[in-house]
Design a protein around this ligand. Structure first.
Ligand code: ADP
Ligand code: ZN
Ligand code: ZN
Length: 734
């Protein structure tokens, strides 16, 4: 091999938008693209990088440093994943090294060996379970192993199999070679309780949806639009069943960690094959194991949150994105990617169908359906005969409210509880009260570090800032007038809980918000106890609104629906409607009818009209028209340059320079640059924040500008004085 060929390009986890060239010394093997290598970086540090390419360097060879070690003899990231990651780095204008770091489990990022320690638990595949006993006529040990596995839904480990026959290994290898059995490591994958309960027979709408997806030939995006409880999950299960039958793998994304146990349990009950779960609360060892099993094609189903979209799956057959409208799919710091959008590209590259499921699809997705790019599959009715809840508006202009609860709502709560049914009250504000005020002079307690008020938490008797975490004791006297008449104003979940305890002395009341379920696993435990009937009234924030199934909840109360109505973000209305429909969807999911009461001061607002008629489409039409008129997404593409600095003015000064630079290198009139502006909450955690919005009707000129612009911005001397970032397709413009 010539000297020039022994140079490689490496991605290094550092905030630099480039790759680095290194030499491979003669005594080391040539690493393949996608393999990890250890390289010197900086004066006396070595880091783990990933080989992007074997390519000649434009630099003089003597300036290149040699790599220290090759960590993988096989690529850890296959070419398809490497391409996807490079695309993501380009699209989001984020350093490739950090993008790759997001894709790798921590252990592998640190350079630990990529092995799972070998298989130790064996199960039959769907195909293996279906074969006839008679096929083993001439393979008696295989038959013995197969019969034992057929009895053991949760699988059998090596030791148990060894008890069947000293030649068990050859037998299991034989079964595995035919695709009838598969092995996995117990440590990270639980086959769980495989229940032999037959799946429900599908409705006509479900059948049509499943047929459409499984007969898709190659890449095809679907929107599975079904009201809450319409059986979307059942559609995913059937589609995945078919994908597994074809010997392929399925990737299922969910927005929230709290939704994984519930869904994983449903998958495990249905399939014999193990399910790999990937989310941030798992241990490093569990994550690395699950990731590697998927990478080696040994686990057919991967279920995970955002970053699971980067799991290598050699036999990918379908991608499912559940609750596709959910904002949690967008990472809000560092590498600001949207897992839904990356999943779409991945499906496209891999040539497989993708199903975006939601009761309340994002306007972006609906617009693509309108444009004919996505196929909509509708599940208009609830499955299993459950009726949709009725929705009523409570006009707060005409009703007295006390502790946040109007009289009709109190009556409804009381009736529901006395029937032995459950009530769910939704209020997107934790703490006791959002304001701590002096009734003498009107002073309200501010956060010292944010442009925000402090929230009063009664249980701990503290004032807290929900933006920066500041925490202080209650002042004994008002700093304004020295008065002592300080008190809480407004209500949060803690106050509602307190009021309910007074009103319904014997009812069991459970509060679910970030304060009440801080500990790991606490949310799951609480949800389970609610599920088991150990609660009469649930009060909570949006934590309650997502996906959880409470069959005995028949009344949902939305306490302060107006909160989101006039938010500073153009998506405020969309968010509000989605949240209310999701939370309403918790009511009456079983045999009993549900009722939803929404308290509002604006019953005539189009958002509430659409809600009352339970017509998401009507809302979407209204909102899309509005977006079209204002030119916001999906009718344009946005990028947001954000900056913050402890010094007042520095962030804005930086953005003004950036603005001038952009004007200089602006390629097309199509791209619009807004003026730099202070962020809606200008001061947060002691830093002054500002932003510059860039908008374009089409994507290409926007991205052409961004590449060029970022390079110039990085070189600005003002860039060193502020913390700045670029957000492509921002979902919050503050
Ligand atoms: P979604 O995911 O749309 O909220 P699920 O798939 O969770 O809906 O279905 C809601 C409930 O209806 C579940 O308890 C599920 O088992 C049940 N279900 C789904 N499909 C059917 C069907 N075809 N017949 C009867 N029950 C069904
Ligand atoms: Zn005062
Ligand atoms: Zn603060």
């Amino acid at each position: 091999m010539s000297a020039a060929a022994r140079t490689i390009q490496i991605a290094i986890p550092a905030p630099l938008r480039k790759s680095f060239d290194y030499l491979v010394p003669a005594d080391l093997p040539m690493p393949a693209p996608g393999a990890r290598v250890r390289v010197p970086f900086g004066p006396r540090r070595t880091v783990v990088g990933v080989v992007l390419a074997v390519a000649a360097s434009a630099m003089p060879l003597r300036q290149l440093k040699p790599i220290v070690e090759v960590l993988d003899d096989q690529p850890l990231l296959p070419p398809s994943m490497l391409q996807l990651l490079c695309w993501a780095a380009d699209y989001y204008h984020h350093p490739i090294g950090e993008v790759i770091a997001t894709a790798l489990p921590a252990r592998l990022r640190r350079g630990e060996p990529a092995n799972t320690g070998g298989a130790s638990v064996w199960t039959l595949t769907a195909e293996g379970a279906a074969v006839d006993d008679a096929v083993f006529k001439r393979a008696l040990i295989q038959q013995r192993v197969w019969r034992a596995l057929k009895e053991a839904a949760a699988g059998l480990d090596d030791d148990t199999l060894a008890e069947l026959s000293p030649r068990w290994r050859a037998a299991i290898d034989g079964l595995a070679a035919k695709g009838w059995a598969s092995g996995y490591q117990r440590e990270c994958l639980e086959a769980g309780e495989h229940l032999q309960t037959p799946p429900p027979s599908m409705t006509a709408a479900q059948t049509a949806a499943v047929d459409a997806v499984v007969s898709a030939n190659g890449f095809r995006p679907f929107l599975l639009h079904g009201v809450t409880g319409s059986g979307k999950t059942e559609v995913y299960l059937r589609v995945i069943d078919e994908v597994l039958r074809r010997g392929q793998q399925a990737l299922v994304l969910v927005p929230e960690i709290s939704l994984t146990p519930q869904l994983a349990a449903r998958f495990r009950a249905r399939f014999r094959e193990p399910v790999a779960v990937l989310h941030s609360e798992m241990t490093d060892a569990e994550r690395a194991c699950a990731w590697l099993m998927a990478h080696h094609g040994k686990v057919p189903i991967v279920l995970g949150t955002r970053s699971a979209v980067f799991t290598p799956l050699p036999k990918l057959g379908v991608i499912v994105v559940d609750e596709e409208h959910d904002a949690s799919y967008k990472q809000q710091d560092g590498f600001r990617y949207s897992a839904r959008d990356v999943a779409m590209l991945r499906a496209n590259r891999a040539g497989v169908p993708i199903v975006l499921g939601s009761a309340t699809p994002s306007l972006e997705t609906l617009q693509r359906v309108r444009a004919g790019a996505y196929t909509e599959l509708d599940l208009p009715d609830r499955a299993g005969g459950a009726a949709m809840p009725t929705i009523e508006l409570l006009d707060l202009r005409r009703l007295a409210i006390d502790d946040g609860l109007s009289h009709p709502l109190r009556t409804a709560i009381s009736e529901t509880v006395s029937r032995g049914e459950q009530v769910l009250l939704f209020l997107n504000r934790r703490g006791f009260a959002p304001v701590w005020m002096c009734y003498g002079c009107g002073w309200v307690a501010p956060c010292q570090r944010c442009d925000a008020r402090l929230t009063y938490h009664r249980a701990s008797s503290r004032l807290r800032c929900h933006h920066c975490g500041a925490d202080s004791a209650l002042p004994a006297t008002c700093p304004g007038c020295r008065g002592t008449e300080l008190n809480a104003l407004g209500e949060g979940t803690e106050r509602i809980e307190t009021a309910l305890k007074q009103m319904f002395a014997t009812a069991r009341i459970v509060r679910i918000d970030r304060d009440s379920v801080r500990a790991k696993g606490a949310l799951e435990a609480t949800l389970e106890s609610v599920h088991d009937g150990h609660a009469d009234i649930l009060v909570g924030t949006q934590m309650l609104s997502k996906g959880h199934d409470f069959p005995n909840v028949t009344l949902v109360g939305v306490l302060n629906a107006d909160q989101g109505l006039y938010g500073s973000d153009f998506r405020a209305g969309e968010r509000l409607v989605q949240q209310i429909i999701q939370v309403s969807g918790r009511a009456g999911r079983a045999a009993k009818a549900g009722r939803v009461l929404i308290q509002t001061y604006h019953p005539d607002h189009p958002v509430f009209t659409a809600l009352r008629q339970q017509n998401y489409q009507q809302f979407a039409d209204y909102a899309l028209t509005e977006r079209g008129e204002t030119g916001f997404p999906p009718f344009s593409h946005l990028a947001l340059l954000r900056a913050e600095s402890p010094a007042i003015g520095a962030a804005l000064a930086f953005l003004r320079h950036a603005h001038a630079l952009a004007r200089a290198c602006m390629p097309a009139a199509e791209v619009q640059l807004m003026d730099p502006m202070p962020s809606p909450m200008e001061r947060r955690a002691g830093r002054y924040r500002a932003q510059l919005l860039v908008q374009s009707r089409t994507r290409a000129p926007l991205h052409a500008l961004l590449s060029d612009w970022l390079e110039r911005i990085s070189a600005l001397k003002e860039a060193k004085r502020v913390r700045w970032s670029l957000d492509v397709d921002p979902i919050d413009t503050y």
